[in-house]
Design a protein around this ligand. Structure first.
Ligand code: GDP
Length: 461
């Protein structure tokens, strides 16, 4: 590990210890999710409900209980001098408070927000002590970058082979052009930038189509899909090549792959990722189920690869602040299924990440799987299908606001057998979010957000 990063980790630990002595503590919670997982909505609900809890509303009962009922005040800290963009809760909350309410605009890039939580302290005899301030730093980063973590353990040839093997199972409509380009490359192709850029563009467009049209998620490298604030650069002009490719172009792609990883490490992983204390990874498991077998399998593989890296770091790295100490995986939009299916949803997520979890527990990491709805839009209902009564959900549709009862299909407790896919799933509509009371006093209805937060940060309060 880079000695400078180790030093930064040590400094951080000392800084935190000093803060604890003067009654201030800082806890960094990173939030990410595979694309469209519900990250913006999750952060918006988290902020709205924490603020409401600070005003005494019982919107996060499990978190309040974990804090011994001692949360006294919560407020958003003014932005400091950071160069990273700030998550914009005001705009997101205003969208939910509009008439009719709208979903917040999604965020694409890196952003942060600090929330101060004042907690009452008492002596063992019940006397009041000065309040303790815990600062919760929320760090929101694109899930696409998360998918770069497994790359750090692979060289260009290994990554190329794994990617091209996966790609053969992707829909032909998306891959034909890139594969034709690869087939037409002459043996020993020269290191020409026009060629490198053409290959990169075809590869990147294929990744985009796979994500946007086919619901695939295991798409690397992350910055091809989400270039971040620095946009396109020659560093990104590479693509996977078949085994045995030799010559100038192959060398150029391999060099750029290595430079890309160095750059991700220097600009994101070392300064930010290594400093997270806690991490939540959001996954739209239901969306993947509804998108069909290929999308589901792909999401499961992506999640397993990511889980293996982030929860499998060594004790030493963890001790020096080089990896998050607690990692929660959360299946989002749990209000798309009725109450009785939510345990199955959490179990399914657990199953997908289980291999990694076993390893993580061996190395001392703590991981968990939850099913949550950051904003609950539905109630349980009963649907009748071919004369049969089925557990369903009822909510208002986003377009038009009429009520609809939807049967979402069954949620398997583990990755389903092939026959499962024959039955077919129904497409879930977008529901209208409940309207936020403009004063924000009562928070936002959710499912399980409090239990997840209690697990993630309850011990720090
Ligand atoms: P991001 O791309 O991960 O930031 O995704 P968003 O947070 O923007 O969420 C994408 C969409 O998913 C939203 O516009 C909503 O339609 C839907 N969504 C997100 N969270 C929930 C939830 O808790 N319940 C329901 N019913 N829909 C949700």
């Amino acid at each position: 590990m880079d000695p400078l990063a180790l030093l930064r980790g040590l400094l951080d630990t000392t800084e935190d210890a000093a803060r604890a002595l003067v009654g201030r503590e800082r806890i960094r919670l990173a939030v990410t999710g595979l694309s469209r997982a519900g990250k913006t909505v999750f952060l918006t609900s988290l902020v709205a409900n924490l603020l409401a809890a600070g005003r005494g509303a019982r919107t996060l009962p499990a978190l309040s209980e974990a804090a011994g009922g001692r949360i006294r005040r919560v407020f958003i800290e003014p932005a400091g001098t950071e160069t990273v963009p700030r998550f914009d809760p005001e705009a997101h909350l205003a969208a939910l408070a509009a008439d009719p309410p709208r979903w917040p605009e999604r965020t694409e890039d890196f952003s942060t927000l600090s929330i101060a939580i004042d907690v009452e302290r008492r002596t063992s005899l019940g006397g009041l002590l000065p309040e303790r301030r815990v600062t919760l730093d929320l760090i929101d980063y694109p899930g696409e970058w998360l998918l770069d973590l497994p790359l750090l353990r692979q060289d260009f040839a290994t990554w190329s082979a794994a990617t091209l093997a996966r790609l053969r199972a992707w829909p032909a409509a998306a891959t034909t052009e890139f594969l034709a380009f690869l087939d037409a490359l002459p043996a020993g192709a020269p290191a020409e930038d026009a060629l490198a850029k053409r290959g990169h563009t075809l590869y990147r467009d294929m990744l985009r189509a796979c994500r946007d049209t086919h619901g695939l998620r295991f798409l690397q490298p992350g910055r091809f899909l989400n270039p971040g604030p620095r946009g396109d650069a020659p560093l990104l002009w590479f693509f996977p090549l078949p085994a045995g490719a030799r010559g100038g172009l192959a060398d150029l792609c391999a060099r750029r792959y290595a430079a890309y990883l160095d750059d991700q490490r220097a600009t994101f992983l070392d300064p930010f990722f290594s400093r997270f204390h806690r991490q939540v990874v959001l996954v739209d498991v239901l969306g993947a189920l509804h998108a069909g077998e290929a999308a589901f399998r792909d999401t499961a593989e992506a999640l397993a690869a990511v889980a293996e890296v982030i929860s499998g770091a060594s004790w030493l790295e963890r001790l020096l602040g080089a990896a998050p100490g607690r990692v929660a995986f959360a299946a989002t939009k749990a209000d798309h299924v009725p109450t009785r299916a939510r345990d199955a949803l959490a179990a399914l997520l657990d199953h997908i990440a289980l291999g990694a979890r076993g390893r993580a527990e061996a190395s001392g990491a703590v991981t968990t799987c939850h099913a949550v709805a950051a904003i609950r839009c539905t109630e349980d209902a009963v649907a009748t299908l071919e004369g049969q009564a089925l557990a369903a959900v009822r909510g208002l549709l986003l377009n038009g606001g009429q009520g609809a009862t939807i049967y979402p299909g069954e949620v398997p407790m583990k990755p389903p057998e092939p026959a499962f896919w024959d039955a077919g799933f129904f497409r879930m509509p977008d529901f209208q979010p409940p309207r936020l009371d403009p004063a924000g006093g009562s928070g936002v209805p959710h499912l399980g957000l409090d239990a997840l937060l209690a697990w993630l940060i309850g011990d720090a309060l």
